[in-house]
Ligand binder design. Structure first.
Ligand SMILES: NC(=O)c1ccc[n+]([C@@H]2O[C@H](COP(=O)([O-])OP(=O)(O)OC[C@H]3O[C@@H](n4cnc5c(N)ncnc54)[C@H](OP(=O)(O)O)[C@@H]3O)[C@@H](O)[C@H]2O)c1
Length: 292
């Protein structure tokens, strides 16, 4: 294993073309942790949140995952404040389809008129003419999938969004959505400690669909200095977060991890994972550690 001591560069994680025509560096950034407690309200430290986003761009991060519902609106507003006008290679991936009724509360609403409204509001908040990747945050069980994905297809055809993504789906739902519209990405819970989405990942690999694992650090459980990766990290002169992210990057070429953090120090630590190479034995050992 090697780890870099120079300025980390997310480009070292390699590139993936979303929808076949929109390249991003594979190691991205998730903005959910930039909001208040329960993903509700403003961040504890506004200036640090802005600094984290600007530093991420300096470190070569090009994929920023967000959602209308983070805050709500807070994460998108921070992105605009920190990064607008966006550099040519910056891709903002936002989502719609979950409403917020309070801290920690998330209620799916997939009615087409609502998804359209949220797209318009995200365009305005983010200061964009077109959203590069617009993800259906959850499939609303009360609304036909054709209507939800169909509305995203209409928004794409109108030029309001470039690519369509899904979140928290199973293989059948993804396959059905693919009969309605081209799907560029899926975003599901996946990390070293939770690999329930393995068959979905295989489907994504077969169809060149980006797989964006949310909670790549198991919300910090895999990052802890006394956590399950602590011994391996010490042996390999890397941080636990770097091992968790390096394992994801090595797991699949369609994997685009979006670790979240509210601190520049943790951001630098995470981006350095792009430089960490695992041997076959090290890769397998990490799987065994997490299984234990
Ligand atoms: N599609 C969905 O339904 C869905 C659901 C959840 C999340 N997401 C997306 O996935 C992204 C990632 O999820 P997440 O941010 O909640 O969880 P995560 O990336 O698994 O973990 C973030 C947590 O780890 C800590 N952390 C990060 N880097 C660290 C480091 N180097 N050392 C020690 N601790 C570290 C952070 O605390 P500090 O702030 O102190 O660094 C934070 O508490 C979100 O931002 C969001 O964009 C999507």
């Amino acid at each position: 294993m090697t780890s870099s001591t120079t300025t980390p560069d997310a480009a070292a994680s390699g590139s993936f073309s979303l929808g076949g025509d929109l390249p991003v560096n594979r190691l991205g950034f998730g903005t959910m942790q930039l909001t208040g407690e329960g993903v509700w309200g403003p961040p504890k430290d506004h200036d640090e949140a802005v600094a984290v986003l600007r530093r991420a761009v300096e470190l070569g991060v090009t994929l920023f995952d967000t959602a209308d519902s983070y805050g709500p609106t807070v994460a998108e507003e921070l992105l605009r404040e920190a990064l607008h006008p966006y550099a040519d290679d910056v891709v903002v991936a936002t989502k719609a389809g979950l409403t917020r009724t309070g801290p920690g509360q998330w209620v799916p609403v997939g009615r087409p008129a609502y998804l359209r409204q949220q797209c318009e509001l995200s365009l305005r908040r983010l200061g964009l003419d077109r959203i590069d990747l617009f993800q259906l945050h959850r499939i609303d069980p009360e609304v036909a999938l054709e209507d939800q994905v169909g509305e995203l297809l209409a928004l794409r055809d109108e030029g309001k969004i470039r690519h369509i993504g899904l979140s928290e789906v199973d293989v059948d739902q993804l396959a059905m959505a693919q009969t309605i519209a081209p799907i560029a990405s899926v975003q599901n819970l996946y990390n070293l400690a939770n690999r329930d989405a393995e068959t979905l990942l295989e489907h994504c690999e077969a169809h060149d669909v980006a797989f964006i694992p949310w909670f790549p650090l198991a919300t910090g459980a895999l990052s802890k200095s006394d956590g399950p990766l602590a011994d391996a990290a010490e042996r390999h002169d890397a941080s636990p977060s770097q091992l968790a992210l390096a394992w994801l990057l090595q797991r699949s070429p369609v994997m685009l991890p979006i670790p979240g953090t509210s601190s520049r120090a943790h951001l630098e630590d995470n981006v350095a994972a792009a430089h960490v190479e695992l041997t076959g034995d090290e890769y397998a050992a990490l799987e065994r550690v997490s299984a234990d």
